[in-house]
Design a protein around this ligand. Sequence first.
Ligand code: PLP
Length: 399
Amino acid sequence: MSLAQGRSYLAIPGPSVMPDRVLRAMHRAAPNIYEGDLIDLTARVMTDLRRVALCSGHVAIYLANGHGAWEAAISNLFSRGDTALSLITGRFGLGWAQHARSLGVTVETLDFGIKAPVDPARVEAALRADTARKIKVVLLTHVDTASSVLNDVAAVRAAIDAAGHPALLAVDCIASLGCDEFRFDDWGVDVMVAASQKGLMVPPGLGLVWVSDKAVAACKGAGLVTPYWDWGPRIFAQEYWQQFGGTAPTHHLFGLAEALQMILDEEGLPQVWARHRTLSRSVAAAFEAWGQGGDIALNVPVAAHRSGAVTAARIGQGGAARLRAWCETEAGVTLGIGLGMAAPGTPEAGDFLRIGHMGHVNAHMVLGVLATMEAGLQALGLAHGGGGIQSAAAVIAAG
Ligand SMILES: *Cc1c(COP(=O)(O)O)cnc(C)c1O
């Protein structure tokens, strides 16, 4: 007998759970793209996108996923042969660096492993050593979704400034926006990328790029830019369609407007961040208790270095793969696969999993996932310490 019937739950780090009201906002006939509601709603979305990033600069919307947002940023930031410094704390940082390389950017990397954030002192030293000031942009991933490491964006900006280096700071917030605290203006960010399907709770399909005035000016004439990816006409559109390089992503805009209203005007951004932090701490508490009596561990050992949006963990001897399969087939919960922790196809690859807790997620959903996992650990005879759910519940109870 399987106990999986009922509403299934995708607890992977994107696409995330979509609120029913976001889906309802999208459920409509094709709107007029020349006048009326959609035009007014788009202006509101543009304003709210700046609000959600605490950005007084500009925002460009692309019909794309996160990879598209990566490419948009790279093509506006660089000319062929320019140099970037990429700070790596997991698979996604490597991916952005590789994407830039394949477009003709010379990418230097500083790798900080997969268990700890960027060390600003190493960034400062690398920039000081760049006496020719070749590095044009520092690429940083706020939360690397593979490792679940949370980086200190303000500290990286401080390191750039301490080195007296003119490099721009571009940040990938695809996993973190609308989950972990992020402040574009206050943290001195020049370019930030995100996508619709994670903390923003909308289906995949929108790639988003925020740009400071400084970056707009510094990037004029970048050689890699192509008509579709050029942020100029989107940011400074004379006509409605130019904001999207063609037909607007009509239904995504309705969904995004609803989601931003929920985040900004109903719950409030600080409360959204706090909710994610508490839910993430409850996940960590369960793993810490389980790890007392088995080969189970969180990927990121230091609590302050963990994201509020996603948790990467290890359950040895292939336990993670077995547990994922059990949770899906026996209980209707899909957990995320491990990424970048072991070579695919090797036995070790079965030791890693991730839990997405980004966006439209509350206490009962997280406790439900954790209790389901504990049932799976029992059912599979995987050794684990007791009190996992009690510990997670204590975090929730304390608020
Ligand atoms: C999901 C994700 C991406 C890739 O986004 P896609 O929509 O899958 O292209 C890139 N960076 C981070 C940090 C992510 O979480």
